[in-house]
Design a protein around this ligand. Structure first.
Ligand SMILES: Cc1cc2nc3c(=O)[nH]c(=O)nc-3n(C[C@H](O)[C@H](O)[C@H](O)COP(=O)(O)OP(=O)(O)OC[C@H]3O[C@@H](n4cnc5c(N)ncnc54)[C@H](O)[C@@H]3O)c2cc1C
Length: 397
């Protein structure tokens, strides 16, 4: 007998680990499958990612999502007991050329007065004094920081009642009589009433998602050894620098559309070291001349750069639905969920989005979940085309 509150989670990066964690906390029966062995999961090899807030002058809903997501990241980190060697809220500073920065900041606060407690403007004298960078102001976010992906993801799925199947690639997916069945390349089979795809660009392999547009980008970060730097803020403008994580200063990142290579590139290293030089000119020249390591990853991003979180429509075998379709004929695909396309901000967004998704699956939605799932609804483009923009999650089926 397959339990109603059972789920297969495909992919064990931050989105898969987060949904597995939240469903398990609700008492669900969870199996998480990743094609990589636990020792070689791609994201585990990245020494640090930044939680680097990004706000929009004229998108209050995005800003609400960003602020609540980031607050939740640090709450969750605290809850699961990660210490300062695994994640640290050191703050982050986004640099702008002086005039542009003042203008942006004025408009930002005018349109979003609530952001006053989230961002502070640092004047150019202070930026010059602290970072030896001339002609720039900084937006300071005290909620910025860095996370070691391996420590975060591993801890999220560390509960013994989460069944972990690492080193098994999902090759077949089928739904028979409301039960989802998967087969893997090493001939394992699993079943559950629900399935959540958290496998980034791999969603392109399933017809259920063929109507969702997304792109894939290759990216590379580099790091230099940095024994002496302690607890400096994250700096960004064109690229970002995370000073001193486990004795490394991490700089990134390059990106290139539709390049599937995982090979490190000398040209990207050079470009990253130039970014380091521009953002931390006070670093010793010897450090700036040579990378001590690189990490290459792939990120999937949706058409509007916001993740896809929630249910998808049952396409009935079609790759597109006509815009003039009768609304009453639309149905969600039962037991199928997507939690993917986090672009360059998976560690900011995925934890809270996964909590809301778990609440949707568990039928315990609150108003914040409804807002988030409406905003990130995988079918938003189609609904917009049908004039259903405002309904989002309220869309009745
Ligand atoms: C160079 C670079 C720098 C970045 N810097 C940052 C940063 O500073 N901050 C930030 O928040 N984000 C950053 N990102 C983006 C971040 O890495 C992504 O947003 C995040 O990893 C997305 O998480 P995910 O769990 O959705 O996907 P992934 O981490 O890609 O995980 C998907 C998992 O699915 C598994 N999988 C795929 N297909 C199958 C299958 N068929 N069967 C079983 N398993 C499968 C994969 O093995 C993988 O482990 C960066 C990305 C790059 C490339």
């Amino acid at each position: 007998m397959v339990k109603n509150n059972s789920a297969l989670v495909v992919g064990a990066g931050i989105s898969g680990s987060s949904i597995a964690y939240h469903l398990n906390k609700k008492g669900w029966d969870v199996t998480i499958v990743d094609q990589a062995k636990e020792s070689s999961l791609s994201i585990y090899a990245n020494p640090a990612v930044c939680v680097n807030p990004n706000v929009m002058i004229s998108d209050q809903r995005f800003n609400r999502l960003m602020c609540s997501s980031i607050s939740y990241v640090w709450k969750l980190i605290n809850l699961i007991g990660l210490d300062e060697s695994s994640a640290l809220q050191v703050g982050s500073i986004h640099l702008f050329e002086h005039k542009e920065g003042i203008d942006r900041f004025t408009r930002l606060i005018k349109n979003n007065p609530g952001l006053k407690s989230f961002i502070t403007l640092i004047d150019q004298n202070q930026i010059r004094e602290n970072y030896n960078i001339k002609g720039c102001v900084g937006f300071y976010f005290n909620s910025g920081g860095w996370i070691n992906p391996e420590d975060f993801c591993r801890t999220l799925v560390s509960e013994t009642n989460i069944r972990k199947e690492f080193g098994s690639k999902v090759t077949e997916v089928e739904c028979k009589e409301d039960v989802w069945h998967i087969k893997t390349n090493d001939k394992k089979e699993f079943k559950a009433k629900n399935i959540v795809f958290c496998s980034a660009g791999d969603i392109a392999n399933y017809s259920y998602f063929s109507h969702l547009d997304f792109d894939q980008y290759r990216g590379q970060i580099d790091w230099v050894n940095s024994e002496t730097m302690q607890e400096l803020e994250i700096l960004s403008n064109n690229g970002y620098v995370i000073p001193s994580v486990k004795k490394k200063t991490v700089v990134g990142s390059s990106y290139e559309k539709n390049n599937c290579s995982y090979e490190a590139s000398d040209a990207d290293t050079k470009s990253n070291l130039n970014k380091l030089n521009a953002l931390l000119p006070s670093l010793n020249n010897n450090l700036l001349s040579r990378s001590n390591g690189s990490w290459v990853g792939q990120r999937a991003a949706s058409f509007d750069r916001k993740p896809y979180v929630g249910r998808v429509l049952d396409m009935g075998g079609k790759s597109r639905l006509a815009n003039k379709i009768d609304r009453s004929s639309l149905v969600w695909k039962k037991g199928l969920y997507i939690n993917a396309c986090y672009g360059s901000r998976g560690f900011s967004f995925a934890p809270l989005s996964s909590l809301s998704l778990a609440n949707l699956m568990d039928q315990s939605l609150n108003s914040d979940d409804k807002f988030l799932l409406g905003y990130l609804n995988p079918e938003r483009r189609f609904f917009r085309g049908m004039g259903l923009k405002k309904q989002g999650i309220e869309f009745k089926l």
